[in-house]
Design a binder for this molecule. Structure first.
Ligand SMILES: Cc1cc2nc3c(=O)[nH]c(=O)nc-3n(C[C@H](O)[C@H](O)[C@H](O)COP(=O)(O)O)c2cc1C
Length: 261
C-alpha cells in the first residue's frame, strides 16, 4: 500500500510558481496573456498545507510508485465506518488535491463539500427519500440495499463546478465559450480521480456515484451550497469491508497506437 502523500507530493509545484501559467505553446494559452494575468492575480492563492512545505528536492517519486497507486484504486462497494486515518488526514488529502489539480486557464472552478459521520448519513437518507418517491415499488428493495451500502461508509465527498467561474471565463475568452463547460467537467473528473486514488492509497475503500441532479436542491438547502455550484458526483469512502469485484480489460491493442518510438 503506498501512502497518498507521495502521490499528492508529485502533483505539487514549487509555491513560487503557484500563480504562473505553464509556458505552453498551445494556441489558446498564447491568447490574451495580459487578461489571463489580471484574472489570475485577482484570485487569492490557497494557503499552503503542511504537505506542500516539503523541500523541492525531495518532491520526487518514481512513476512506478505513482502507477502502483493507480493500479490500487478500485470501486469498493463494501464499506464500513471504520477509518484507518483521521478525518483531518482525509481533509488534508482533499484540500491538497483541490489545490493542485489542473484546470483550463487555471480557472479553478472545482468546489468540494466533505461530509463525515452523521452528515454523511443525512446525505444518504436524503438520496433515499428522493429516490423512494420515484423508483417503482417492485425495484425499491434493490435500490434501498444499494443505498444502505453507501450509507454504511464513513463519509462522502461531493464534487461541484462553480458556474460563475465557467461563465466568467466564457465571457472573457469568447472564442472558447463552448469549450469551458467541458473543460470544467474534465478538471472536476481529474479531481475526483485524484482524491479517489489517494484515499485508496491510504487503505480506504471508495466508490463513485451520481445522484445529481435529483438531489441538487436538497443538497444546496441542507449544506448552504451556493446555487451556482453544480453538483457533478459523489465519492463514498470508508473502511474496506470486502474486496473489489473482478474487472475485465479490453486488449490494449484495441485501444492503443504508437508511432516513431
Ligand atoms: C465517469 C465515471 C462515472 C461512474 N459512475 C458510476 C456510478 O454512477 N455508480 C457506480 O457504482 N460506479 C460508477 N463508476 C465506477 C465504474 O463503474 C468503475 O470505475 C468501472 O466499472 C471500473 O471498475 P474499478 O473502479 O473497480 O476500476 C463510474 C466511473 C467513472 C469513471
Amino acid at each position: 500500500m503506498s501512502s497518498s502523500a507521495s502521490l499528492l507530493r508529485s502533483l505539487s509545484k514549487p509555491s513560487n510558481l503557484r500563480l504562473l501559467l505553464p509556458t505552453s505553446s498551445s494556441a489558446f494559452y498564447s491568447l490574451s496573456a495580459p487578461s489571463r494575468k489580471v484574472l489570475l492575480s485577482a484570485r487569492p492563492a490557497i494557503p499552503s498545507s503542511p504537505l506542500t512545505t516539503i523541500p523541492s528536492q525531495t518532491r520526487r517519486m518514481s512513476s512506478a510508485a505513482f502507477l502502483e497507486a493507480v493500479k490500487g484504486r478500485r470501486s469498493h462497494y463494501a464499506l464500513s465506518k471504520d477509518l484507518s486515518i483521521s478525518s483531518d488526514r482525509v481533509q488534508d488529502i482533499v484540500k491538497e488535491a483541490l489545490r493542485e489539480v489542473p484546470s483550463s486557464f487555471n480557472s479553478q472552478s472545482n468546489r468540494v463539500v466533505v461530509l463525515f459521520g452523521a452528515e454523511h448519513d443525512k446525505f444518504w437518507d436524503l438520496v433515499s427519500e428522493t429516490l423512494k418517491a420515484i423508483v417503482p415499488a417492485d425495484s425499491w428493495e434493490a435500490t434501498a440495499g444499494r443505498l444502505a451500502g453507501f450509507k454504511a461508509g464513513a463519509g462522502s465527498v461531493l464534487f461541484f463546478e462553480d458556474q460563475t467561474v465557467v461563465e466568467s471565463f466564457q465571457s472573457k475568452f469568447a472564442i472558447y465559450a463552448d469549450r469551458f463547460p467541458g473543460w470544467a467537467t474534465q478538471s472536476d473528473a481529474i479531481l475526483q480521480y485524484t482524491i479517489w486514488t489517494a484515499l485508496e492509497a491510504e487503505g480506504l475503500g471508495a466508490n463513485l456515484q451520481h445522484y445529481n441532479p435529483l438531489v441538487d436542491e436538497k443538497v444546496a438547502e441542507t449544506w448552504k451550497v451556493p446555487a451556482t455550484w453544480k453538483l457533478n458526483a459523489q465519492l463514498v469512502f470508508g473502511g474496506r469491508a470486502g474486496e473489489a469485484g473482478p474487472k475485465e480489460y479490453l486488449a490494449l491493442e484495441e485501444r492503443y497506437k504508437v508511432y516513431g518510438a
